[in-house]
Design a protein around this ligand. Sequence first.
Ligand SMILES: NC(=O)c1ccc[n+]([C@@H]2O[C@H](COP(=O)([O-])OP(=O)(O)OC[C@H]3O[C@@H](n4cnc5c(N)ncnc54)[C@H](OP(=O)(O)O)[C@@H]3O)[C@@H](O)[C@H]2O)c1
Length: 278
Amino acid sequence: MCSPVPIGVAIAGASGRLGRALIQVLQQSTTARLQGALVSPNSPWAGQDAGKLVGVEPLGVILTTNVSEALFKAAVLIDFTTPSATLHHLERCRQQGKAMVIGTTGLEDNAQRLIAQTAQQIAVLQSANFSLGVQLLYQLAASAARVLGTESDIDIIDQHHRHKRDAPSGTALALGERLANTLGLEWPGCLDTVPPGRSTGRAAGKIQFASVRSGETVGEHRVSFTLADEQLSITHQAMSRLAFAKGAVRAAQWLVHQPAAHYTLQDLLEQSVSQGSS
Ligand SMILES: NC(=O)c1ccc[n+]([C@@H]2O[C@H](COP(=O)([O-])OP(=O)(O)OC[C@H]3O[C@@H](n4cnc5c(N)ncnc54)[C@H](OP(=O)(O)O)[C@@H]3O)[C@@H](O)[C@H]2O)c1
């Protein structure tokens, strides 16, 4: 029996933390293959083989600053860069008819609108967190919110490495939005970050956020429901960036078979569950 042809994947942000994890995952995959690797316009890595970034033998993929060149052989782009670079790559994917997986966080509302608009022409899957455990955290937290509801004080704390540029994290915000929807709270109106020196007590009907940035912590999210006499906390800890990279590659493999639309990781998981149960 013939094995299926691996899908061609390009990476944007290849020399970054997630980019390197993606190269490692793709190097070991038999169903997806690295076919393009984009680095930033002034990157010292341009022109070198992608294998050098992860200390392996040459992979036959040259790191490039040219988006068209990176996309040429690929069916899908996986992008973990910066908000402005992501929007630039989105437009190039639209022009070249490639699907796009977006992992970059910190995108403003107008960027989100542009992504939704572009997804009418190409398949786009976007997630603030590609780990499977975090998808489960969303579901468990929503279940807890349904029971403990507005009677409890809800806090979301994210801890990440010292280089992270956005706070609260995209995952913390996505979790907060889900809980707000579950409880019928207005989002983002119910988002509360405690400013230094605030002298009043806790505001009613708010979800409180806090962010810690230290060392090389990959990513930890904790949601707590505190009542008068007890507290329930649910924590997810990513121990390696491979957790995100594996989820993003899985998303890319699914996305290339989907029509143009704006997808979330939840769409992929729901389809997998319904296919598994049918
Ligand atoms: N969704 C998830 O599961 C998830 C998980 C972790 C992180 N993230 C998000 O993913 C993003 C990247 O995270 P990271 O930790 O990998 O950051 P990082 O290590 O700073 O990597 C970002 C990479 O993007 C490159 N880049 C910047 N502008 C570019 C351009 N115009 N074209 C091509 N490459 C460009 C940078 O290159 P230079 O270094 O040369 O500038 C760098 O290599 C962040 O928004 C982060 O919050 C998402």
